[in-house]
Design a protein. Structure first.
Length: 428
């Protein structure tokens, strides 16, 4: 089995030790000979690289860690992971703040803030992807950069070999497994929707990881652990019971929008909290005695990211013993007939032999279908705005978003978005 070379663009992120830890622990599933951390922030990059080397050394992993300040570091990589944040936490703080002035949720992946992030991010990601294609046209691009659905759609529309990844599904898999006292590999999700707009419509308990069917246990989970599940996703238990499914945490922005706006106005942005955590993490990473990921990293977000990434890479590149069923963001084609073929959906897919094939889906309930179609239409308009620019395109995307939707509000948000992001918009 050949050892792999992987590149992580955004390698200076405080997330990176989570990835390194996963690569070290799961070496039999994904044999890696070299990891290239790519990031223009030289000080952070060397800090993260030093910790990464110590983590690998502690676990006896032979992989080499190298660094690069530019995308030239993707040369000869078998796969490239994208986890960049254009504008850093400062831009995120603005995304989560100025929409509140207009009575809209401030959030980094949905609503006006999510659109701002897409506008900053998509052009940069497309440039990186072109560099990857020139360096190695057979390399896979794994996108963990938010908003994952829009970014992945941009990559696929441009003909890149790409798939999007989110940790929501694997998080639910792990939590449900703990509730039931079984190994996570025995839990399979009926996960449906768009990135950060998903529902668990079913949970199957398998007899063995490679089984094709098993016992439906979602009703048992809701009956026995409904209160814990509702608390985890911060939605009322009565709503979860009414729906009969488990919505992702992000549905809270839709089902309780005004409540969330009031909360955010009162407590401040998540970005400020994350920035404080990052400062503490970087202080920890600077300690030459640290040779494992610290517990504080769990509060940064991205739980199980490394395990999801290893499973996906192993299935794509043909290493390990992966069953090949992964929840990913990929092209719709005709899986959800009410969406365009080039829409990007988040569903279980069979991933093997370099092919990502989403599994067929049973008919979608109107309550979910309507919101999926609405947000997918917004994502199409958001991508047009990100690729082609113009105030009118930004306005159209905001007017189409179900969390905005009103003319006066869309006008205000458009002007504020452009004003706060002018330095990143070539057309503004």
């Amino acid at each position: 089995m050949p050892a792999l070379k992987l590149a992580i663009v955004g390698g200076g992120s405080t997330y990176t030790p989570e990835l390194i830890d996963g690569f070290a622990r799961l070496r039999d599933t994904l044999p890696v000979r070299e990891l290239v951390l790519v990031d223009p922030a030289a000080d952070r990059l060397e800090l993260i690289a030093g910790l990464a080397r110590r983590i690998l050394a502690r676990q006896g992993h032979p992989a080499r860690i190298t660094t690069a300040a530019s995308v030239s570091g993707v040369e000869d990589a078998d796969a490239v992971l994208l986890q960049l944040r254009v504008g850093g936490q400062a831009a995120r703080n603005e995304d989560e703040t100025w929409p509140l002035d207009c009575g809209c949720v401030g959030q980094e992946t949905t609503g006006a803030g999510g659109l701002a992030k897409a506008l900053r991010t998509v052009p940069v990601v497309l440039d990186i992807a072109e560099a990857v294609r020139r360096a190695n046209p057979d390399a896979w691009i794994i996108d963990f950069t938010n908003p994952v659905g829009i970014v992945t759609r941009a990559l696929l529309n441009a003909g890149h070999r790409a798939v999007g990844l989110c940790n929501v599904a694997i998080g639910f898999q792990r939590k449900f497994a703990r509730h039931l006292g079984v190994e996570p590999e025995l839990i399979r999700l009926d996960h449906l929707g768009l990135n950060h707009l998903t529902w668990e419509r079913g949970v199957t308990l398998l007899d063995r990881p490679d089984a094709t069917d098993g016992q439906e246990v979602l009703p048992k989970l809701l009956a026995d652990f409904g209160a814990e599940i509702a608390e985890d996703i911060r939605l009322p238990l009565s709503l979860v019971q009414h729906l009969g499914v488990v919505p992702s945490y992000y549905l809270r922005y839709f089902y309780q929008h005004d409540v969330v706006v009031d909360e955010l106005r009162a407590k401040g942005s998540r970005a400020a909290e994350v920035a404080a955590i990052e400062r503490r993490l970087l202080d920890l990473y600077a300690d030459p005695r640290l040779d494992s990921k610290p517990e504080l990293l769990e509060k940064r977000g991205g739980a199980y990211y490394s395990e999801a990434a290893v499973q996906l890479l192993a299935a794509l590149l043909g290493t390990g013993s992966s069953t090949g069923i992964q929840v990913v963001n990929t092209r719709n084609d005709d899986i959800l007939p009410f969406l365009p073929e080039d829409a990007v959906i988040e569903v279980p897919a069979r991933v093997e032999g370099g092919v990502v094939q989403p599994l067929p889906q049973r008919p979608v309930e109107p309550l979910f279908e309507g919101l999926i179609a609405h947000v997918s239409a917004y994502e199409e308009l958001a991508l047009r705005a990100a690729v082609d620019g113009s105030r009118d395109r930004v306005f159209d995307a905001l007017l189409a978003h179900p969390l905005v939707g009103q003319f006066d509000r869309a006008e205000q948000l458009t002007d504020r978005l452009i004003a706060h992001n002018r330095a990143y918009l070539s057309w503004a």
